[in-house]
Write a protein that binds this ligand. Structure first.
Ligand code: SAH
Length: 248
């Protein structure tokens, strides 16, 4: 059977025969926006149990449920990669979150740096963008968007075993240095349009976990840099490569 075209993230346990309640908003989306009638098949996932084919059962009022029939994709969790980025203008920040979810970041952490202009973020809005991106790209995992944290606070209790790919504009043109790095827990760090301050550069440069990396000879905008760095990491150490030892 063909996989359903419409995919919905539902934070509810999924399994054969499981009935999953829909909110009024979700019903409105399925029936009024997407024009799905009773009995329509949709794809659902919860970030943990893979993707399921489910049948729409409206309850006659504004609510309804979907009934899980069979699993259509196994759960696929991305590599243990976090994206740390300094929020920029709203539309560009939305873009970064959307692309990070598509490119397989496991966690997205907005970071306030010395030259970050945005002082607040709407975490719930950014999380909704990550969910929409996962629905749209066929993923079965939704990265969690964290609250805004300052760079010193984030680095103060940084795990010893998690490396940081520091996209360092000061190294523009000096070639990527990822080929010899080990796989395992990583984070990608992208600065704001103003770049990193001298104090931040000194702090990052002194950390054993930090691997400064160039993204080529041109200075990229922060949103471009986030996409480029995630792609670079995925190609060198992530799930663009065949899994080690032939594992799935
Ligand atoms: N105003 C800064 C540029 C900041 S670009 C300057 O003129 O130097 C925003 C962020 O994108 C940087 O902090 C860095 O993390 C990343 N970035 C952009 N171009 C890069 C490059 N060529 N190499 C490495 N990182 C880059």
């Amino acid at each position: 059977m063909e996989n359903p075209k419409i995919r919905l993230f539902l934070d509810h346990p999924l399994g054969a025969g499981q009935s999953v309640p829909l909110s009024a908003d979700q019903m409105h989306y399925l029936t009024a926006v997407m024009r799905q009638a009773a009995g329509a098949l949709i794809g659902i996932f919860n970030g943990r149990d893979g993707e399921w084919r489910a049948r729409l059962v409206p309850d006659g009022r504004r609510g309804g449920v979907v009934l899980c029939e069979a699993q259509t994709r196994p759960q696929r969790t991305p590599p243990d990669l976090w994206l740390l980025f300094a929020p920029i203008k709203k539309a560009r920040t939305d873009f970064i979150v959307e692309k990070a979810a598509e490119l397989g970041a496991a966690r997205i952490v907005p970071v306030q740096t010395d030259f970050t202009n945005a002082e607040r973020i709407r975490r719930d809005r950014l999380q909704a963008h990550a969910i929409e991106a996962a629905e749209q790209c066929g993923g079965t995992f939704v990265p969690e968007v964290s609250d805004l944290v300052t760079l010193p606070r984030l680095l103060a209790d940084w795990p010893a075993d998690r490396r940081i790919l520091w996209a360092d504009e000061g190294r523009a043109g000096f070639g990527p240095q990822l080929a010899c790095q080990p796989r395992g827990p990583w984070a990608v760090l992208i600065g704001p349009e103003g770049g990193f301050s001298d104090a931040e550069r000194a702090r990052l440069g002194a950390m054993a976990q930090v691997v400064p990396v160039s993204l080529g000879p041109r200075i990229l905008r922060a949103d471009t840099a986030a996409v480029a760095a995630l792609a670079l990491w995925q190609a060198a150490l992530g799930d663009w490569l065949p899994a080690p030892n032939g594992a799935a």
